[in-house]
Design a protein around this ligand. Structure first.
Ligand code: NAD
Length: 281
């Protein structure tokens, strides 16, 4: 079994971006990310802080908009419009969750596709489905980067994705399909899950249930990607895969923490640099 070290790939990616950004700066171009947060979600505050830190490391300018809990939909949309029109801003990110009285889908639609570094605008999702160049949702994009970095073959493989969320499961399945895997998507209504996962050469678990995937669900030699981040009562983070139980049966596996998690921010940074280059072509 070999560990897929997301921390390492993330560091490498960020160092490459740092070099790229310093070349852009020599041409007078400085990438800039704008982050919008509505309300006081404590997990979001940590995520935004980490995004800020990654920007600082790479040399990306960062601006943060903290809107109060009682923000109205049209106020949120008019901030997005303002940032869409602000030339110095290359990427816009709306941190989820946002308060329930707001329509997040309308907000995602409003972010200009050229600045949609999270890849949530339906235009960018559509381009992913059509196999066109686009911004890919950062977590699946990061998983593809890990697979590429470790030279893991995808074409012709049976890939099974457990989970069909808009931010992980669906774009993940599409990325694997675009690389010519034979893809099966499983979800909470799937019957006899293990009969499907047992055929997976590549298994991606994005469920949100700690230690859900066990040894009996795995094909010997499979590549296992664990997206889950589950905070346990003792404060420890566990993945969706029972790591200790499966580790001797797999060829490659991402640890939690230190696997998929660190890649998400690295790919956000990749998307910001890409947006900047596109806008300055
Ligand atoms: P979600 O709750 O939106 O989706 C979970 C999916 O799991 C659903 O599609 C559901 O159908 C499926 N599911 C639930 N129970 C199931 C069962 N018994 N059998 C089969 N499928 C089942 O979650 P999400 O946003 O996709 O996130 C999934 C996990 O990944 C969470 O733990 C989340 O914290 C983590 N996550 C990690 C990152 C990262 O950067 N590493 C990013 C996003 C999400």
């Amino acid at each position: 079994m070999e560990l897929l070290d997301g921390k390492l790939v993330s560091k490498k990616t960020k160092d490459e971006l740092k070099a790229e950004v310093s070349l852009l700066k020599e041409k007078g171009i400085t990438p800039r990310l704008a982050v919008i947060m509505v309300g006081n979600d404590s997990a979001s505050q940590i995520y935004v802080r980490n995004k800020n830190k990654a920007c600082e490391y790479i040399g990306i300018e960062f601006e943060e908009y903290l809107l109060p809990e009682e923000t109205k939909q049209d106020e949120l949309l008019s901030l997005i419009d303002k940032l869409n029109n602000k030339k110095e801003v290359n990427g816009i990110l709306l941190q989820s969750p946002i308060p329930r009285h707001l329509d997040i889908n309308e907000a995602f639609r409003r972010i200009s596709p050229e600045k949609d570094v999270d890849g949530f605008n339906p235009i960018n999702v559509g381009k992913l489905v059509l196999g066109q160049d686009t911004f890919i949702s950062c977590t699946p994009f990061g998983i593809m980067k890990i697979l590429e970095d470790y030279n893991i073959e995808i074409e012709g493989k049976n890939a099974v994705v457990i989970g069909r969320s808009n931010i992980v499961g669906k774009p993940m399945s599409q990325c694997l399909l675009n690389k010519n895997a034979t893809v099966t998507i499983c979800h909470s209504k799937t019957r006899d899950l293990s009969s499907i996962t047992k055929n997976a050469d590549i298994l991606v678990a994005a469920i949100g249930k700690p230690c859900f995937v066990t040894e009996d669900m795995i094909k010997p030699g499979a590549v296992v990607i664990d997206v889950g981040i589950n905070r346990m009562e003792d404060g420890k983070i566990k993945g969706d895969v029972d790591f200790e139980n499966v580790k001797d049966k797999v060829s490659y596996i991402t640890p939690v923490p230190g696997g998929v998690g660190p890649m998400t921010i690295a790919m956000l940074m990749t998307n910001v640099v890409k947006a900047t280059k596109n806008q300055n072509r």
